[in-house]
Ligand binder design. Structure first.
Ligand SMILES: [Zn+2]
Length: 155
């Protein structure tokens, strides 16, 4: 790493620690030529993720939006804010693991529902009703059947 002071490429790392909630590494460096100290940050490069909305338009992936949605669905339910955060982490990780650059909002809704179902039935049904909009009775019944099947499986 080139020294910002003397521009010699002779720096050494004197300290290294996680930063930005472990998303980055902060390194303190010292130039072996002039002794100047400076800081560098190393972070994971994440490709921007786009969400395809129902009308076909795209918008950037927004984890806060998902968090707001699940918190609305889980209102007055015994779910802690860290559980909500973890849920959104799981969903985001699943999407990132697929390595896609675009994902439909429908698919995200499905991933969220899968996670919510593990936590709270009421929140799950509320969320499902928003995402599937319950256009007909059969989709509502399908949601109920899924829930009962999940319960019988013991999760
Ligand atoms: Zn230097």
């Amino acid at each position: 790493m080139e020294c910002p002071n003397c521009h010699k490429n002779a720096s050494k790392v004197i300290d290294s620690r996680p930063s930005d909630e472990n998303r980055a590494i902060r390194r303190r460096r010292e130039c072996e030529n002039c002794g100047f100290r400076f800081t560098t940050f190393e972070r994971v490069e994440t490709t921007p993720l786009l969400v395809i909305k129902n009308d076909g338009t795209r918008e950037p992936f927004n984890r806060k939006k998902i968090l707001r949605g699940v918190m609305a669905a889980g209102q007055k339910r015994p779910i802690s804010s860290s559980q909500f955060e973890e849920l959104v982490d799981h969903v985001e990780n699943k999407i990132r693991q697929e390595g896609v650059s675009e994902i439909s909002s429908k698919k995200i809704g499905q991933l969220v529902m899968d996670e919510l179902a593990k936590i709270d039935d009421v929140a799950y049904i509320r969320f499902a009703s928003i995402y599937r909009e319950f256009k007909d009775m059969s989709s509502f019944m399908k949601t109920m059947e899924d829930m009962i099947a999940r319960r019988e499986k013991g999760n």
